[in-house]
Ligand binder design. Sequence first.
Ligand code: ISL
Ligand code: CA
Length: 621
Amino acid sequence: MEKLSMNSTVQALWETPVGHDVIEKVLLQLNISEKWITNPIVGRLRLKTLSSLTEKRLGAAFWSALVALVNAETGVPADRIPGAVGSIKPAWWKEAVIYQIYPRSFADANGDGIGDLKGILSKLDYLKSLGVDALWLSPIYDSPNDDNGYDIRDYRKIMTEFGTMEDFNALVAGIHARGMRLIMDLVVNHTSDEHVWFQTALADPTSKYRDYYFFRKGKNGREPNNWNSFFGGSAWNHYPEQDAWALHLFSKKQMDLNWDNPAVRADVIDMINWWLDRGVDGFRMDVINYISKAEGLPDGNETIGKMMLFYGIEHYYYGPHLHEYLHEIQEKAFRPHGAFSVGETPGVGREMAKLLTGEERGELDMVFSFDQLETPGHIRFDDYEYDLNYYRDYITDWMEHYGNNCWMSLFYNNHDNPRMVSKVSQNPAYRRPIATLLAVMQFTLKGTPFVFQGDEMGLVNYDFHSITELSDVESRNRYAELLEQCSPEKAFAIIKAGTRDHSRVLLPWNEKARQLPAHLMQEPDQTITALYKRLIALRKAHPALIYGDFTLLSRKKNTFVYRRSLAEETFVIECNLAAKPRKPVFRANGYTRIEPAAVTDRMQPYEARIYRKSNSEQDRS
Ligand code: ISL
Ligand code: CA
C-alpha cells in the first residue's frame, strides 16, 4: 500500500484499515456521526489542512501520530483484492456454540464458596443438555488472584482452590467423552509478579529473565514514560534500590512480558504446546493485541490519552510485530495441533480485525471486538440505557463487510462486563423479553455465539449495596481514585454501574450462593433456559442459520428485520428493539413461525419472532 503523508487526503486515510478503524473509534468515543468523515468536502481535505483546523481540539501531533500508525501496517484485507475471497470454508468452530465459564463463580463442589474443577465436571451433563459444543474456561492456573487468575504465577499448575492436575485430566476426559471441546484462557501479555521469571528478574538484574520484562531507568527520577495502567495509576512499578522501573499495563502485580525477546516467545510457545498435548482444543488469548510494544516505549500522545482515557495505548494496542508474533504462535503451536484460537482484542475495529483473522494470513481464527458493548459516547461506568438500534447498525455493518474469509464472534456478556439485559433496561417487567430478544439475535445472526455463564438463566445485574461487596481489583482501585474527586455516594454509583463483579457473583445453583443476602441472589429463569435449548437446537438443525447469507430487510427505527438464507431454506427474524409495542414490519405469508409459540397482532416490548420457509416448497406452489 502507498505510504501516507500529511499531503494525503482525509479520504485516503479513511481508506486504510488502520485509518478507518482509528477514526471510527474516535468518532464513537466523541459520539460524532460517521457522515462527518464520509462527506466529500472533508474527504478532499489534505491532512495538513485538517491538522491545522483541528489543532486546538486535537493538538498538533494527533494526525501525524495517526499517519505513522497507518504506515506501519502494510497488510491489505483480502476482501479488497478482487477474486481473493471465495465462499465460506466450513469449520467446527463456525458451527459451535461456545460457553464461557468463570470458574471461581460457576460451580462449587466442595462447599467452600469458590467454584472448582469438580464443580464444572458435575455440570457437564447440564451443559451438554443445553447444546453447548465447547467450553471456554477463564484462567484456572496457579495465581495469587490479584486479578482473579489473570495474574498467573505458574502456567503449568492448577490453582489450588480449583483442584489438581488430576481433576483437570478428569475434566478434559469428561468434556471429550460428551463430544465437547475445551478452550483455555491464555494470559501471556503479562505474568504475575510472583511468577518465577519475574522473581528472578527482580532479584538478579544480570539474570536472563531481566529481559523477559520491561525494566527501564526512570526519566529525571520519574516514570520512563507517561503510560497509565488500565486498573489505575501509572503503568510502572518503581524499584528504587535498583534505580529501575518495570511496566504493567494492568494491576501492579501483572507485569508485561517483553515479546521482542525470542526466549519469551519460545517459552510461551512451549507452554502452549504443553497444554495442547494434554488435550486442550484451543485458546482464548487475553489482550493478545497488546503483546507488541513500540520500540523505545515512547510517550503516549496527550490527545489520544485524554480521549481514550489511557495514555500510550497507540503504542501497543496494535504494535509493530503483532502479526509476526501471532503467526509464529500459529505455526509453532496451533497449526500442528489443529487448535482453535480466539483473540481478545480491545480497541481493534472491523478492518484491523480482518488483518488478524483473514484465513489466508494464519494468525487468529476469530477475535472479540468490543465496540458493541456501549453505545456512542458512553463507557462501561456510565449509568445509561443502551439503545439496541446501535447494536443493529453495528452488527449489520460487520456482517455485511467482514468478508467470507473472516468469521465473527457474537456475544453481549463476559466476566468483564455488567449484564446486557440490565444495560438495555432495568425495568424488571422487561427482563425476560430482553433476555429472549438477545438470545434470538445471538443464535440467528452470522457468527459464533459465545454464551456467558448465567445468560441462559436470564441473570441481570446485582443491586450491590456497598464497595465492601465488591472484590474486583479494577473496581477497588477506581473507587479509591474517584474518592479524590467526588463523594463516596457518587463514587460508588459510578463503580456500581460498571463493576465487573456483576458477572462474577457465585451462580445461584450453588449452596453458598443460597446463603448470600437477598440482593446478591437471583432466581434462575427456567423459561430462558428452555429457550436457549430450543434456539441452540434450531441453529444446529439448520445450516442456513450458520452459513446462510445475511440480508437486512428494514432500516426503520426500533426494528431489526433480517433474512438468513441458504440453498433450500430461508429464515426471517423480526425484532422489536424498544419497549413500545408496534405493528410487525415483515409480512410472513408463506412462512411458518417458529418463535414465539403465540403472538398478538402487535410486536410486544422487545419481542423477537423467528419465521422459516422451505425454498423448495415455495417452488412447488
Ligand atoms: O481494561 C480495559 C479498559 O477499561 C479493557 O479494555 C481491558 O483491556 C480488557 O477488559 C482486558 O481484559 C482482559 O485482560 C485483563 C483481565 O483483567 C480481564 O479479566 C481480561 O478479560 C488483564 O488480564
Ligand atoms: Ca470449591
